[in-house]
Every structure is written in C-alpha cells, then in structure tokens.
Design a protein around this ligand. Structure first.
Ligand code: CA
Length: 527
C-alpha cells in the first residue's frame, strides 16, 4: 500500500501557506480513509517512459508539423495530455537525462555537460520506485557514463551507441544484436514487459534516434525523396547583436560533414576542424552494415551522389545538405513513431492501457534550420522546448492540450506523486498531477529558469528566464552578453532588445526574476 503523505513538502516555502497545510491535512485524512478501498480496487500504475533523442516538436504532426506524419506519437497526445509549453533546464543529452532521473537542476545533480560522469550513488526516481516494490528497467540510450543503479534490469548503449547491428551493455556485459537500433530497443522492451507485467513496473525506453548522424532504417531509405523541405524563414540569420550565436559552430551551412551527415563518400571534400572526428566515425557507422544491407544502402544513396556531383554553387551545396539532413532525420523519426505504435498496441492487446502511464518526450528540442542551425544547446525556443505528452487513461482525460510551463525537472516528482509515494524535499521539480488531472493548477509557475554549461561546438555558457511574454538570456565566461526578446512581437527571436530604452524596466524586472530563481534553486552563479 502506498500513501502519499505530503510531510516532505512542508519544508518547501511554496507549500507553507496555511491554505495548503489545511488542504494537505484534509487530503491526508481522505487518503487514509480511502486506503483500504484503494489497495483493493486499484492497482498501482505501470510506467512506460519513452524518451527519444533530439526529437524536435517541429517534427511531430500533433504539434502541427508539415514535415512528417507521426500517427502513433500523436495518439498519446489524443488519448492523453499534450504539453504545449514543455521545456528543459539544460538542453543537452546527458544533462537532461540526469535532470529527468533526479528531478534536480544540473548544478545540484552534478552533471552539467556531456563529458561529466553521473554520480549514480545519488537518489533517482527509478531507485525510489524500486525500493517501493516496482520492477524497474532502462533499455536503450543512457549516456550518463556511470553504470545505471536502481534498475532490476538494464541494457544500455555504450556512449551514443550505433544505428545498425548495435552493441549494448547488458547488466555490465558487452552484448550485440542484429537489426536496427530503434526496433531492437523496442523488441528488448516488449520482452522485458512481457516478463514483468505481473508486477507494477517502470520501464525507461530511451531511444537513440534521431540523434546525429541520423542513419535511417533500411526500410525507409526512400521515404521523403518526393519532398523538398523549405528552408525556415530565418535560415539565413546574420546573428547581428547576438554574440553567442556568432561564436557557435552548429550551422547547417558550414558545420555539417559531407560524409558523416550527408552520407556522400567524398575523400577529397574538406574536413573542418570542428568535425575532424566525423569522417572516421562515418566509416565506422557504415561498416556496421552487413554486405547485403550495404547493397540496399548503396542503391538508395546512389542518386544522392549523382545529385551532389551536379552541385556548382555554395548555395546549392547548403540546400543539398539541408535537404539530406531533414530526409535522414525524419526517416529515423518515422521508425520511432512505428515503434511507439508497437508499444501502444501491446498495451491494448494485454488490457494494460488503462493503468499504464505512457510518457513520450525528447531529451531536448532541436533546430531544423531555424537560425541556420542544427543541434540544440541554446535557450532559443526550438532547442529549449521539448515535445512532451502523457497518457494515463485511469486518471487523465483524453485530448487535452496544456499550456502551463512544464519542465523535464517535473517528471520525477510527478511520477512519485502519481503512484502515491512522498516526493523527497530535495527534488526541485513540481508534481504535475493536479495540472494533468484537473487541466490547470492556479499555483503553477509563471516563468522558467534555464542554465546551460557545455562549451563544445563554440557554445558559450548561459542562463536565463522565460516568461510568457519575454526571454532574458545572459551569456557569460568568454563573453559577457545579454539578450532580451519580446516573444509577442518576435517569435523567432531575431531582435535582441537589450539596448532598447523602452525595455529598461522590463529588463530589470527580469533580472530580478533570474536572481530569485537562482536563489530558489541554489544555483551558485553570480550575475
Ligand atoms: Ca539529445
């Protein structure tokens, strides 16, 4: 039996209001009265938490994408809640995963960037669920370097893993599987569920796709060949008045490798300093195909090589690389969507739909040419925001669209709350239970705080705050540069208003908000 005793929440000043105390005591007594009935009539929910890697909300049809149709991911939204303003606190793979597991900002969980080992001795929500009797597993991309803890079963990719015939580390032992990564991760996951469905379980089904270099499943090598993807309106952003953008090396125009990213075997093509590792990595990826698979691959890409050889101008080359990037990226997502469908169908077939919480999200968003970029990291909308949808038919009404500011930070406390476990006081996220079940929570946060640290690819550390109307960002370290965006007038974040006199008051208010959140979250950065 699991009783939610909100004792720990009393330590949080947000919950010290008298009204909250009274309502908490009332709800506690109601819960205690209902305990017997609860334990007999309601089984604890299962959790299937699907995280894809670098999946942009711009590439999900439920979010209005014209690029691709994703009927299975859309189904989670249609049968549950689609979070329309979900964000991450630090937009890079490992860091976001550590935030998700701990419910704590990077400066608290200790993993600030992709090069840091996760301290796996610390508290995570799977560990707490396991202690409470759940069967727990993580299958797929882990990318936290240290061995998983708190899982009855783990079978993870070494580092980023590989798309074809992938190696895994299964409970500490090197293992390899035939097939395509997204299919293999789902196969292993469905097998594990089949063996554990007698207990309440929590499965982290964490995909590698569509992470760079987006090598698609063979069955989709021809998909999207009939489409020409238009460049986003701000593809040729000149980065005026924005120093952070001027320093980066993640542009579609200059920073993709023709071999690794565009899959054109060109020995004489330039290798840029930022991508000096990419040609060798490309060779290792393509060599994983069996001779028969390689024939299929070569046949599919032969026409791309012909196209490439016709290119005369730099602009043609940029458009070619943009098109190539999107085709392969979306092909990978098509297979993620297929495999999400396999999981949902399994739940239907096994009568597990009602009592299973299914979450779909990405570890962060991604640029698909906006500001001329690929990749993530910046606090600009496309990589700061992430897709997030949650289905739990027993508790959540279908077809809801929620525009509260949700964070990856909130997943851990939400799951704790939903299964009736106390939320540890040191988790910094907030339970979305009320928000999801009632559709609104009047005490919900009105702004969100972000902090990115990693300096690879020319990035500069920065932190900032976003409200519904504004975004203020401070790049620090090698530069000291502030940016203000009025999101009502400038959705694409092209006009830095930091020096506009009429925004002076707004800027000081937003700086105060940053200071507030830095104190609240105990972020030691000094402005
Ligand atoms: Ca990622």
């Amino acid at each position: 039996m699991y009783v939610h005793i909100p004792y720990f929440r009393f330590l949080n000043p947000y919950h010290m209001r008298p009204g909250y105390l009274i309502s908490s005591l009332l709800s506690l007594s109601l819960i205690l009265i209902n305990c017997a009935a609860f334990s007999q009539s309601q089984k604890k929910p299962n959790i299937i938490f699907i995280v894809s890697d670098d999946h942009a909300y711009q590439a999900i049809s439920s979010y209005g994408s014209k690029l691709i149709n994703t009927p299975n991911i859309d189904r989670i939204a249609r049968e549950g809640v689609r979070m329309d303003k979900a964000y991450v606190t630090n937009s890079v793979c490992s860091a976001s995963r550590a935030v998700i597991l701990t419910g704590k900002y990077s400066h608290v969980n200790g993993l600030r960037d992709n090069g840091t080992f996760f301290d796996s001795s610390q508290q995570t929500f799977p560990k707490l669920l396991q202690q409470a009797g759940y069967k727990t597993a993580v299958i797929g991309k882990w990318h936290l370097w240290s061995q998983p803890t708190g899982f009855d079963y783990w079978n993870i990719l070494p580092a980023q893993g590989n798309y074809y015939n992938p190696g895994f580390i299964k409970m500490g032992k090197d293992t390899a599987y035939k097939g395509y990564i997204t299919d293999v991760i789902t196969d292993l996951s469905l097998n594990w569920i089949e063996q554990n469905k007698g207990n309440p379980f929590c499965l982290l089904l964490w995909h590698k796709a569509p992470h760079r270099n987006c090598m698609p499943p063979l069955k989709y090598l021809d998909r999207f060949n009939d489409k020409t993807f238009p460049l986003p309106a701000n593809f040729y952003d000149d980065y005026r008045d924005r120093l952070g953008l001027q320093r980066q090396h993640i542009t579609m125009a200059k920073d993709l490798d023709i071999r690794y990213d565009s899959k054109i075997p060109c020995d004489t093509c330039t290798v840029t300093t930022i991508n000096n590792w990419a040609p060798a990595e490309w060779r290792r990826e393509i060599d994983r195909l069996t001779p028969d698979e390689r024939k299929v691959w070569d046949a599919a890409y032969a026409k791309e090589i012909v196209e490439f050889n016709k290119i005369k101008t730099d602009d043609e080359r940029i458009r070619f690389q943009y098109q190539r990037y999107l085709e392969d990226y979306l092909r990978c997502i098509q297979d993620v969507d297929d495999n999400v469908g396999r999981v949902l169908d399994y739940l239907d077939r096994n009568n597990m739909r009602e009592n299973t919480i299914v979450i779909y999200m990405s570890d962060q968003g991604f640029y698909l040419g906006e500001h001329g970029l690929y990749d993530k990291r910046f606090m600009y909308e496309e990589s700061f925001r992430t897709p997030m949808m949650i289905r739990y038919p027993a508790q959540v009404k279908p077809n809801q669209k929620n525009s509260a500011f949700a964070l990856n930070l909130d997943i851990a406390p939400t799951l704790m709350d939903w299964i009736g476990l106390p939320i540890p006081a040191d988790m910094q996220g907030v339970s979305m239970k009320k928000l999801l079940q009632k559709g609104k929570d009047e005490n919900w946060r009105k702004e969100i705080y972000y902090h990115y640290y990693e300096q690879s690819f020319g990035l500069t550390p920065h932190y900032g705050v976003k409200t519904n109307r504004y975004k203020l960002i401070h790049f620090y370290g090698a530069i000291n540069s502030w940016e203000l965006y009025d999101l009502k007038k400038d959705k694409s974040e092209m006009h830095n208003l930091i020096n506009a006199p009429k925004y002076a008051n707004t800027i000081s208010q937003l700086k105060e908000k940053i200071k507030h959140w830095q104190q609240y979250y105990k972020d030691p950065i000094k402005q």
